[in-house]
Design a protein around this ligand. Structure first.
Ligand code: NAD
Ligand code: IPM
Ligand code: MN
Length: 356
């Protein structure tokens, strides 16, 4: 018998508040044995009481939940973006969710802006280091406001941090076959070691060492600039890509475009064995927020990824299949060619999942 999974829901800001309810609807329709609790962390709450993360918020999430489903953070009324930093980066850093797993899949040829690319050509996964790099905010500003101002943003790369995310990538390759059932055979490390020699040197050495422990998996390397070019020239060549925090952020927006745009891209922030957090790749998209036009499929696919992570594989498959069918039948929002609103596209998927 399955044990009921407890899921914390944090919709956040902007379109997060529209797409997350659609993801929750799909989960409910799947029959997954879950119990959800809503949290109002985000800009609205911050503007009322100044609280970004309530005291012991992360301890509570870890103690009381099996997974967290998150929308997005970012609101023009909070220029400092302090709440996004505290909540989103807080979860990643303080809960030590060191691997940001961002699958890149094309559901329908019509969604890809590249000529001649079909679903069978795109099925790769970017594994992004999620707890260090330039995101630690180490550094400082000196002589601010003077002509001699200096801004330092340190790039922190620890042996432990680099090693564990690279190992995660190889383990992921071994455990997660492609959608067509074939095994994943290649892990590519992406860096900028030709210019950033200190950090790049560490990544290079660790990649070589860890890679040697997985002789059945081929190791490859690309500089991040070349990788961007190759992703557009021929995305067929990628299998697993592992990279640092910032490069992972940048290349996954590019990769989202291969899938039909930011509205289609899913992700999980994972520490094996710990409460992990799942969120679509996109942000809060303030200009389209509140208009019922945001694409909910990235959030819905993210919820399916979360269920898969929790071992609810049949339920996850039902949701994936329903989104695939919605795309094929053009029961989608306008960004990917349909004529439905956020809620209507979400309803269609939930209904399909329920019949499923
Ligand atoms: P964004 O992802 O919000 O939007 C980029 C573009 O993609 C916009 O044109 C937007 O309309 C479109 N888009 C995004 N999601 C969509 C969806 N589901 N359906 C249809 N179109 C969609 O990125 P941005 O504009 O750079 O950032 C806006 C705010 O979101 C900023 O405050 C930023 O810091 C924040 N942000 C948060 C997260 C997160 O919380 N995970 C991620 C990225 C950006
Ligand atoms: C993402 C976002 C975040 C990041 C921002 C909002 C800090 O762009 O999740 O991709 O850079 O990681
Ligand atoms: Mn991003």
């Amino acid at each position: 018998m399955s044990v009921r999974k407890r899921i914390a829901i944090i919709p956040g800001d902007g379109i997060g508040k529209e797409v997350i309810p659609e993801a929750v609807k799909a989960v409910a329709a799947s029959g997954a044995d879950v119990e959800t609790s809503q949290f109002d962390w985000g800009a609205d709450r911050y503007l009322v009481d100044g609280v970004t993360v309530p005291p012991d918020g992360f301890v509570m999430l870890e103690r009381d939940f099996d997974a967290i489903l998150v929308g997005a953070f970012g609101d023009p009324r909070v220029a400092s973006n302090i709440h996004a930093k505290d909540i989103l980066l807080g979860m990643r850093f303080k809960m030590d969710l060191y691997a940001n797993v961002r699958p890149v899949r094309l559901l329908d040829a019509a969604l890809c802006p590249l000529k001649g690319i079909e679903p069978k050509h795109i099925d790769f996964v970017v594994i992004r280091e999620n707890t260090e790099g330039v995101y630690t905010d180490a550094g400082g500003v000196f002589k601010q406001g003077t002509p001699d101002e200096i801004a330092v943003q340190e790039d922190i790369n620890t042996r432990k941090g680099v090693e564990r995310v690279i190992r995660f990538a190889f383990e992921y390759a071994e455990r997660h076959p492609k959608l067509d059932g074939s095994p994943r055979k290649r892990v590519l490390m992406c860096d900028k070691s030709n210019a950033m020699t200190h950090a790049g040197g560490l990544w290079q050495r660790v990649f070589k060492e860890v890679g040697a422990e997985y002789p059945q998996i081929k190791t490859e390397h690309m500089y991040v600039d070349a990788l961007c070019m190759q992703m557009v020239r021929d995305p067929r060549q990628f299998d697993i890509v592992v990279t640092n925090n910032m490069f992972g952020d940048i290349i996954t927006d590019l990769a989202a475009a291969l899938q039909g745009g930011l509205g289609m891209a899913a992700s999980g922030n994972i520490h094996p064995g710990k409460t992990s957090m799942f969120e679509p790749v996109h942000g809060s998209a303030p200009p389209i927020a509140g208009k019922n036009v945001a694409n909910p499929f990235g959030a819905i696919l993210t919820a399916a990824m979360m269920l898969g992570h929790l071992g609810l594989t049949e339920e996850a498959k039902k949701i994936d299949a329903a989104v695939l069918e919605a795309v094929q039948q053009k029961r989608t929002t306008q960004d990917i060619g349909g004529a439905l609103g956020t809620r209507e596209a979400g309803d269609w998927v939930a209904d399909k999942v329920g019949r499923g």
